[in-house]
Design a protein around this ligand. Structure first.
Ligand code: ADP
Ligand code: MG
Length: 231
């Protein structure tokens, strides 16, 4: 029997129901992503990119369809198992960095280990290794507001990867950055992918999408085009 893809979205839909009328943000998306892929999700504003990424990251539960991550049906997991899966296997990177203002770079990165049961072992070494990987270790004691945007995002990536997740999800991670910093961020994500991490990035920049191994184009809540580039 062929093995299941790492990420398997089967006829997924999602509606925001706090609003009247509800917003049908995702309409029947079927998509499979294998371990080790580097996927770029593109599409116009409002097409459902962030919602889809949040579903993949288990931050939102789909209102319809079946989502399997690593062969596990996510909806069947108990809350505790879902939290553990999210904390141990998925790293999130956001456009606005989402760093804690009053914590140093070191403490922010360390937060990436807070839900890890094994987080107490070699915490310091792990944090330093993650900071080193993104070139921010020399700023370990600084507060986020004393860093450039690019440095803040590198700090956020260190926080996302300190627990060594199999999957990194980045929602327009370079949306607030100049092109040089943006390029550094994409280089880091590319390097992570080269070492085996599955990376999914939402981006507006075609130059970035072209560096992914695959482009998924969304339009009005549906996948319009999913291309697999030849190796
Ligand atoms: P994208 O990331 O491609 O810009 P989103 O996934 O953020 O798109 O949004 C998809 C659709 O869902 C849009 O129509 C947006 O207005 C709507 N939407 C997003 N978040 C919410 C929310 N919290 N409540 C209601 N509607 C929302
Ligand atoms: Mg978005």
């Amino acid at each position: 029997m062929p093995s299941l893809p790492y990420i398997a979205l089967d006829d997924i839909s999602f509606s925001y129901t706090e609003t009247q009328p509800p917003v049908h943000a995702i309409k029947g998306v079927t998509l499979a992503i294998d371990q080790g892929e580097f996927v770029a999700i593109i599409g116009p504003s409002g097409s459902g990119k962030s919602t889809l990424l949040n579903i993949i990251g288990t931050l939102e539960a789909p209102t319809g369809g079946v989502y399997r991550l690593g062969g596990q049906e996510v909806a069947a997991l108990r809350d505790r198992d879902l939290s553990r899966l999210r904390a141990t296997q998925i790293g999130f990177v956001f456009q606005n960095f989402n760093l804690i203002d009053h914590l140093s770079v070191f403490e922010n990165v360390k937060l990436g280990l807070r839900f890890r049961h094994d987080g107490l072992v070699n915490t310091r070494e792990r944090v330093i290794a993650a900071m080193d990987k993104v070139g921010i270790a020399h700023r370990a004691d600084h507060l986020p507001r004393h860093l450039s945007g690019g440095q803040q995002q590198r700090c956020a990536i260190a926080r996302a990867i300190v627990g060594n997740p199999a999957l990194v999800l980045a929602d327009e991670p370079t949306g607030n950055l100049d092109s040089k910093s943006a390029n550094q961020i994409i280089n880091i994500l590319e390097d992570l992918n080269r070492h085996g991490t599955t990376v999914i990035i939402v981006t507006h920049a075609m130059g970035q999408a072209d560096r992914a191994s695959r482009i998924v184009e969304m339009h009005d809540g549906a996948v319009h085009l999913s291309s697999r580039r030849l190796p």
